[in-house]
Ligand binder design. Structure first.
Ligand code: MN
Length: 282
């Protein structure tokens, strides 16, 4: 069982054994990257830490999972990160015993900054009860197909509203996407170089001991509200090079129905489907 902790970009997963708080994409040190351009914004890490500690103290979970992109830089690590990130985790440890991270595309070189007892999982994810968690820039592991619900980060969905005066308002949003477990299973078998023997279900059972059950995918908003996001309802062509690739393989696959996905503000307000919201930008 899981709950979205509105108005926060966080979720709580409860199993018989434990409660797990999940957040995604904090991108600590984002503001440091502006320094190269001569813009000096004070570190925002303490604010994010306080926001997270408040959630931990309120819900008292047994475990915390960060669904990738703990830090901002992709390859090298800036000096700000060396100071901020170890302190961030040492403080978190005072509020939750078990911390783990699902590796995102920004988490190269993160390991030396972590306290010893923070667990690192591959980007292909892990299952917590009936919820499968993966970052989103890579395919999930076939084991996650056995979970009814999948959660991913990576996209940082926001919805953009424009008005005739030229104002542009963006708001962070949750995206709930219908998922076809059979189709996703078929694609994952292909990615793993496994030929289908009989049905997709039989093949998944034989090679991965999993029954495809995933029917929905939630895309988590970034925990860092200072950071920009991807305006999912923008219809103008994305100019950035490789913008399509940044969406990640699952959302580009036919296994999920992105056009009819449902969008919710952080406070839980239902906005409509992506198809409907795209009309706001035409
Ligand atoms: Mn990412």
């Amino acid at each position: 069982m899981f709950t979205l902790l509105s108005p926060h970009p966080a979720a709580l997963i409860k199993t018989d054994k434990k409660a797990t708080l999940v957040i995604a994409d904090p991108h600590l040190g984002w503001e440091m990257s502006l320094q190269e351009k001569g813009i000096h914004v004070p570190s925002q890490t303490k604010k994010l830490l306080k926001k997270l500690v408040d959630l931990l103290d309120k819900h008292k979970p047994d475990a915390l999972i960060i669904l990738g992109d703990v830090k901002y830089t992709v390859v090298t690590s800036g000096p700000g990160e060396w100071r901020d990130i170890p302190e961030f985790f040492v403080e978190l440890k005072r509020h939750v015993a078990d911390i783990s991270i699902v590796r995102g595309n920004h988490d190269a070189n993160l390991d030396p900054m972590l306290p010893e007892n923070v667990a690192m999982h591959p980007a292909t994810g892990l299952a917590v009860g009936d919820v499968g968690l993966f970052h989103g820039h890579k395919w999930p592991s076939p084991a996650l197909l056995g979970c009814k619900t999948l959660f991913m980060g990576h996209l940082h969905p926001v919805v953009v509203f424009r008005d005739p005066a030229g104002f542009k308002i963006t708001r962070q949003a949750w995206m709930r996407v219908d998922c076809d477990a059979q189709a996703l299973g078929k694609t994952l078998l292909k990615k793993h170089g496994v030929k289908i023997e009989g049905t997709v279900e039989e093949t998944l059972q034989k090679y991965f001991k999993v029954k495809p059950r995933a029917t929905q995918l939630y895309i988590m908003p970034s925990f860092n509200d200072f950071l920009g996001g991807r305006p999912v309802n923008e219809t103008r062509p994305q100019k950035a090079l490789g913008a399509e690739a940044l969406i990640g393989p699952v959302l580009r696959s036919a296994a999920v129905d992105v056009e009819n996905s449902e969008l919710y503000l952080l406070d839980g307000t239902y906005l409509g489907t992506l198809r409907q919201l795209k009309q706001l930008d035409s």
